[in-house]
Design a protein around this ligand. Structure first.
Ligand SMILES: CC(=O)SCCNC(=O)CCNC(=O)[C@H](O)C(C)(C)COP(=O)(O)OP(=O)(O)OC[C@H]1O[C@@H](n2cnc3c(N)ncnc32)[C@H](O)[C@@H]1OP(=O)(O)O
Ligand SMILES: CC(C)C(=O)C(=O)O
Ligand SMILES: [Mg+2]
Length: 595
């Protein structure tokens, strides 16, 4: 570490902020006062908490997950109807549950946890509804959740009568604090409860030989449980349930409450991946929550570490800060060129359904699904996006390379309309983009800066966003309203071409309060008009003139840069005739300069 860095660290800890002398081979050198503001100790009672490393053993050495890549989607298992549902102030009723279930099926999920049937009549009835209504397609397996209590296991099996494919999911907390505080049982006793429950499940499944009933086990709070104990319980269940590659058991290892940086969870999962017995008969599943805000990172690193199945909720609903967000995870894969195997082509419909079922809003900044996530307000981002779109229009490549947009909004059913929105943080590129895409008006490069100052003034004044319509109104007021403030108006005019090709412009002009008839000549109708203006005492040199081809309504837009009385101004005009549009553009520049 460089000396200056170590000095900063030690000074940061010292409330006195003394700047001691450094000893170098050439003798003592007084240390200069650091030139940056360092963090100070706070009054937060952080000493009350312990690092994850002091709470649980993480015995993995020689980890391989940092070198791995995710090249295919894991098996996604939405738990919205169980874990998500149990976190709602108003749990879903059957119609809401059914709507969520149908959405999950339509999106392409093949294994769906549908409830905790022994918990409530609503949950039980919903599973019965699925079993009797034919709502479960042949290629979808439902999962039902049960604690290790005999009567509740029986009720769980009663709920799935008639369903041909089911995973029965047994859970119990295994971490030391839960064993001591919640269950009041030691390691061996908890293991005994699990084995009793597992035997009962096995018996009940054997009583239904025609049905394909598989098993799942979750050691709740896996991430705080001794790894040797997890292996002991999971391996005993793999054996008891006689799991095989054809009828694998799911061992689901939850980060019930996140406790550490995601690399720690990855180490814990890789350790299990390497040490679980009959590995080919086990589907290694993960179930991250999001207490530290790193649920997505935990799931991704866990897949790198060997997890094959991921449980989570759409848009991250779930206890406290939520379950891991399956939308986020799956679309992260999509953005890496990996098929998520889930259909997000109408993300807004998905979001609306989830919001309806959960009665909770999805925030506007939520990854991939929030209202604002494909929108740029800031000028340089808008400029880059606009250039990215222009480059795309000229390119045959399918590769998505638009700056600041990690995926094409169209992939998830969004239009490009909301990609650029204008407020006082915006610049000329974004404003020009909105006028072009919303109103077919393609401002010349030189005019954009001038118009953006007008917009900036308006948005600074209002403090609000300027919609496409607002921009059009500003453009119209600034450039298209004839005679505006400058006092020059054309009452009538005509342009003719003489036999030698010279142009004549004959008009009745009003300049301030004077009206008169004037004429001018030139190499074109516009220079002839400038000549007529000069005859009326208004000097205007046309420096740049361009016409934008007629739009769908047959209207031409013209843009003129003029020097008027030493001032340069842009003007614009619109008309069915190109000449009339150009004349109006010059008149607009003149009036803007005089106004
Ligand atoms: C991390 C998770 O998401 S775990 C899932 C949590 N989800 C839910 O709790 C939602 C649904 N739950 C319920 O409706 C109810 O809790 C029920 C119906 C399951 C049980 O209700 P009750 O019988 O009233 O018990 P209660 O809710 O107080 O649960 C606590 C009891 O269950 C025991 N317990 C907790 N987990 C388990 C388990 N997995 N297996 C066996 N017993 C358990 C506790 O030790 C405690 O027992 P005690 O009464 O002897 O002290
Ligand atoms: C899988 C279960 C037990 C769970 O929801 C959790 O631990 O968070
Ligand atoms: Mg959970």
């Amino acid at each position: 570490m460089p000396e200056s860095m170590s000095a900063a660290t030690s000074d940061a800890r010292s409330p006195m902020h003394s700047f001691p002398t450094i000893c170098t081979p050439r003798g003592p050198v007084p240390r200069a006062a650091p030139r940056w503001n360092r963090q100070r100790s706070s009054s937060m009672p952080s000493h009350r908490y312990r690092s994850a490393f002091d709470r649980v053993a993480v015995p993995l050495t020689g980890r391989s997950w940092p070198q791995a890549r995710i090249e295919r989607a894991p098996l996604w298992v939405p738990v919205d109807l169980r874990d998500g549902n149990q976190a709602l102030a108003e749990p879903m009723d059957t119609p809401r549950k059914r709507r969520m279930f149908d959405l999950l099926v339509a999106m392409g999920f093949k294994e769906i946890e549908v409830g905790y049937p022994s918990a409530s009549r609503t949950d039980f009835d919903f599973v019965r509804h699925l079993a009797t209504s034919g709502a479960v397609p042949d290629d979808v397996t439902v999962v039902v959740f049960t604690p290790a209590k005999p009567d509740l296991i029986d009720r769980t099996f009663a709920s799935v009568a008639g369903l041909d494919r089911v995973v029965v999911h047994l859970y119990i907390a295994t971490a030391p604090v839960w064993r001591e505080v919640v269950l009041g049982r030691d390691r061996a006793e908890v293991h005994g409860v699990v084995l009793d429950a597992a035997r009962r499940m096995d018996r009940l499944a054997r009583a239904r030989p025609g049905a394909d009933i598989r098993f799942q086990f979750s050691p709740e709070v896996f991430n705080l449980t001794e790894p040797d104990y997890i292996l002991e319980i999971c391996d005993s269940l793999t054996e008891l349930w006689d799991a095989s590659p054809d009828r694998p058991v799911v061992h689901n290892l939850p980060a019930t409450v996140e406790i550490a940086t995601p690399n720690v969870y990855a180490d814990q999962i890789e350790y299990m991946h390497r040490h679980l017995a009959r590995r080919d008969a086990v589907i290694l599943s993960v179930h991250p929550h999001n207490d530290r805000g790193t649920g997505v990172a935990c799931a991704e690193l866990a897949v790198l570490a060997g997890a094959q199945r991921v449980e989570g909720c759409l848009f991250g609903n779930g206890e406290r800060t939520g379950n891991v967000d399956l939308v986020n995870l799956a679309l992260n894969l999509h953005a890496q060129g990996v098929d998520p195997m889930i259909d997000f082509s109408d993300i807004d419909e998905i979001r609306r359904t989830v919001e309806h079922c959960n009665r909770l809003p999805v925030p506007p900044r939520h990854p991939y699904g929030g209202d604002l996530v494909y929108t740029a307000f800031s000028g340089t981002h808008q400029d880059a996006i606009s250039k990215g779109f222009a480059r795309r229009a000229d390119s045959a490549s399918e590769l998505w390379e638009v700056p600041y947009l990690p995926i094409d909004p169209a992939d998830v059913g969004r239009t490009y309309e909301a990609v650029i929105r204008v407020n006082s943080q915006s610049g000329k590129g974004g404003i020009a983009h909105l006028l072009r895409t919303g109103h077919g008006v393609d401002l010349p490069a030189g005019m954009r800066a001038e118009f953006s100052r007008t917009v900036q003034e308006a948005t600074d004044d209002s403090g609000a966003e300027a919609t496409g319509k607002d921009l059009w109104n500003l453009f119209e007021a600034a450039y298209l309203v004839p005679g505006r403030d400058g006092g020059v108006a054309l009452a009538s005019w005509s342009a003719q071409t003489g036999p030698a090709g010279e142009h004549r412009f004959v008009c009745t002009l009003r300049v301030d309060d004077r009206e008169g008839d004037y004429e001018g000549t030139g190499t074109g109708p516009v220079t002839a008009f400038a000549d007529a203006l000069a005859a009326a005492g208004v000097e205007a040199a046309v420096l740049e003139l361009s016409e934008q081809h007629p739009d769908g309504a047959g209207t031409t837009t013209a843009y003129a840069r003029c020097r008027v009385g030493g001032e340069e101004r842009w003007g614009a005009g619109r008309d069915a005739s190109g000449v009339a549009a150009s004349v109006a553009a010059v008149l607009s520049a003149v009036n803007r300069a005089r106004g």
